[in-house]
Design a protein around this ligand. Structure first.
Ligand SMILES: *Cc1c(COP(=O)(O)O)cnc(C)c1O
Length: 451
């Protein structure tokens, strides 16, 4: 037998005796994980009561008492503001709509710039473009994955109007440093808190740490109303502008003698009464859901932290983390195999979540592609093909979205970060044991993955 044949045969026999499910071995788990279901009897009763009233929305798009919506919407806003210790809460139909009214309320001008994160859900970066303003990407922190204060400051120019920070994965951004930068350059801080409702920094709730905060109420988030969002601020002026943009601003400004027309182009971002009624019940449950996530992470980390190639997430000083997902850093030098192969092997050991079977095992390698690599930014095509709004000013044409502009983000995406959702309420100790066992098994059998 020649050499290459020997190797081939060795590989074959290895395959037969392999333990890893990805090579045909027994899976660690053969039944689905429990469904993510946070809706109960309380929401059901609340919905029925609104439904029976027949008034499913009470908004009017003109200057009238009902400009502010119906009783459920207003009660939800009041309760939200009280819970989070903030003056104004404005319910909308999604966090994306919330981000949109927030950027509009800043009074941003066409061609001005907004510093954004490349490592977040796509909406937090594109909203400036709605107002013909330009997203400028700063890099993230190696430890916490939020915007890096240092990189933010480097990306500020005389055209910068605001910073959209993101409490990514469930913990607050670098509040002290970034708020100080905003003060120094007279910028507004918009806090995308979609992934961190209930997280705290120095005793204050995430979402209330900047000038405007936005929470999401879509199905995937800590609490939800199906689709929905809510925006908070302590500024009376920003709050009123946001309420205008939420509800047909241009049809309201004249009758109400509103003090500005800038960005007062209205939408219909109104939250219906049924969603508001669900939201009120969900808000009561938020503390319990957060506790369950933190407990699940703690339990899982007891075992995962013993696997040498995995590094558990760090929590910033004076902060709490509410784990929208559980981010884990992977060291390929220790593992001797790259992250994607390792993750594929772990996924092969496990099963999908009930009711979301088609999404596969909810463990991801890399989170999202750095947003500036989307073709929208690569081509600078949004409104037509001539590069509008980047072509409004010289600076806009120079703004780069080339690969390499945010090296930490790219490294997290390509090599280091693993995120998973298998810490959500509904997971039992046995479910978590299976998750841990899958990681442990792949670590122990990692040589099967060596080429
Ligand atoms: C989910 C999410 C959004 C968007 O929320 P929607 O309510 O679906 O519009 C925005 N930003 C972040 C960071 C998110 O996770």
């Amino acid at each position: 037998m020649n050499n290459s044949q020997t190797i081939k045969n060795e590989k074959k026999s290895k395959k037969i005796f392999s333990k890893l499910a990805i090579h045909g071995g027994q899976k660690v788990r053969t039944i689905n994980f429990p469904a993510y279901k946070t809706i109960g009897k309380e929401e059901e009763d609340a919905v029925l009561s609104v439904l029976r009233s027949g008034i499913l929305s009470r908004f009017l798009g003109c200057w009238h008492e009902d400009f502010y919506g119906g009783s459920q919407v207003r009660a939800f806003e009041k309760e939200w503001a009280e819970f989070f210790g903030v003056k104004h809460a404005i319910a909308v139909n999604s966090a994306t709509s919330g981000l949109c009214i927030a950027v509009g309320a800043t009074g941003v001008e066409p061609g001005q710039e907004v510093v954004v994160s490349p490592y977040t859900m796509t909406a937090s970066a594109i909203v400036p473009l709605i107002y013909n303003a330009i997203p400028v990407f700063a890099d993230i922190e190696d430890d916490y994955f939020c915007l890096s204060a240092e990189s933010v400051e480097k990306n500020i120019t005389d055209k910068t109007k605001a910073i959209i920070v993101v409490d990514i994965f469930g913990q607050p951004y670098d509040v002290d440093k970034i708020n100080a930068i905003a003060k120094k350059y007279n910028l507004l801080v918009i806090e995308d808190c979609a992934q961190a409702p209930g997280a705290k920094y120095n005793g204050r709730y995430a979402g209330t740490l900047g000038d405007i905060g936005i929470y999401s109420l879509n199905y995937h988030k800590h609490i939800h109303t199906g689709e929905g969002g809510i925006v908070v601020t302590n500024s009376d002026d920003l709050a009123e502008k946001m309420r205008m943009i939420r509800n047909h601003a241009e049809a309201v400004v004249d009758d109400r003698n509103f003090h500005t027309n800038v960005n007062m182009l209205g939408f219909n971002f109104r939250m219906p009464e049924i969603e508001a009624a669900i939201g009120r019940e969900q808000l009561k449950k938020l503390p319990i859901f957060i506790e369950q996530r933190i407990e699940n992470v703690k339990y899982l980390e007891c075992r995962l932290s013993k696997i040498p190639c995995l590094h558990m997430p760090k929590v910033r000083a004076n902060s709490s983390h509410v784990y929208y997902v559980h981010p884990i850093k992977f060291d390929q030098n220790i593992a001797g195999v790259n992250r994607d192969k390792f993750v594929d092997a772990v996924k092969a050991e496990l099963m999908p979540i009930e009711l979301r079977e088609s999404e596969g095992v909810k463990i991801g390698a890399g989170y999202v592609k750095p947003l500036y690599l989307q073709s929208l930014y690569q081509k600078k095509w949004v409104y037509g093909k001539q590069g509008f709004p980047w072509n409004l000013y010289e600076n806009g044409k120079r703004i780069s979205y080339q690969k390499g502009i945010c090296p930490i983000t790219e490294r997290m995406y390509e090599q280091e970060l693993i995120i998973h959702e298998l810490i959500r309420p509904g997971m039992t100790k046995k479910d978590l044991d299976d998750v841990a066992q899958a990681f442990e098994k792949v670590w122990e059998c990692r040589e099967e993955l060596y080429e």
